[in-house]
Design a protein around this ligand. Structure first.
Ligand code: AKG
Length: 235
């Protein structure tokens, strides 16, 4: 797994968590998704624009609202794997939920997570994308392109207030269907994307993002805590 991660920038784990824990996470997830008051200010539509219906619901820092998430085996297990991959100083920077509701048909555009970052001397990072439903092409499973180097291409917003996107060659893109409880790990330079959800059911993903402890401190000093607007801007 580590070799794959270092070589191509991503890998999948077909079964990370057991059905009991999947159920527990689904319940906590649904409570947050349904509670617009609790999640106000942390919630946005990655599709951007001014539609009244959320097409790609993103809720930042869900464990701030629902600390039970932090006590699950999942958070502990993923942290252990990430430390094995990139070193013992890797820590959870932030978590997020991304849900694609039935028939919202909105792709998450191709991007590299590094396009969202502030300037950081240590660029190690890992994102673990956990499927809380069976995911496949038609409901928006993840796609990745094996990475060549650690360069970040120019990105722009896909719509007003929407996710960042870039243009890249997608000939080698790999589609990663997973059963619920499976996951992928990717680094910040790896291009990824998902199609829209054209099915009758939700596509729920819980995502845990890790980086070195010192870099998390640097982010926080600069006002980046992943709750939304930066409190302090780079000069
Ligand atoms: O869930 C998605 O559609 C996109 C997820 C993503 O971009 C990420 O986890 O970095």
């Amino acid at each position: 797994m580590k070799d794959l991660f270092l070589k191509q920038g991503y890998f999948k784990v077909q079964k990370l968590i057991n059905p009991y824990e999947v159920k527990q996470l689904q319940e906590l997830y649904n409570n947050l998704l349904e509670d617009e008051t609790k999640t106000e200010g942390l919630r946005s539509d990655l599709a951007g624009g001014d539609s009244n219906t959320e097409r790609i619901t993103q809720i930042m820092r869900p464990s701030m609202n629902e600390p039970k998430l932090l006590q699950t085996n999942t958070y502990e297990l993923v942290t252990t794997i990430v430390k094995d991959l990139l070193g013992p100083d890797m820590e959870l920077d932030f978590d997020m939920l991304i849900n694609k509701a039935p028939h919202t048909d909105t792709p998450t555009p191709w991007h590299q997570d590094a396009a969202y970052w502030i300037k950081m001397p240590d660029k190690r990072s890992v994102s673990c994308w956990i499927a809380l439903d069976n995911v496949y092409e038609a409901n928006g499973c993840m796609w990745f392109i094996p990475k060549g180097n650690d360069q970040v291409l120019p990105h722009k917003p896909s719509a007003k207030g929407g996710a960042l996107c870039c243009e890249t060659n997608v000939d080698n893109a790999e589609c990663i269907p997973l059963d619920e409880g499976g996951c992928t790990f990717h680094d910040g330079f790896t291009f990824h994307y998902s199609k829209g959800n054209s099915t009758n059911t939700q596509r729920r993903a819980l995502i845990l993002n890790f980086r070195p402890k010192d870099m998390i401190s640097l982010e926080r000093e600069q006002g980046v805590d992943h709750t939304g607007e930066r409190k302090v801007r780079n000069k």
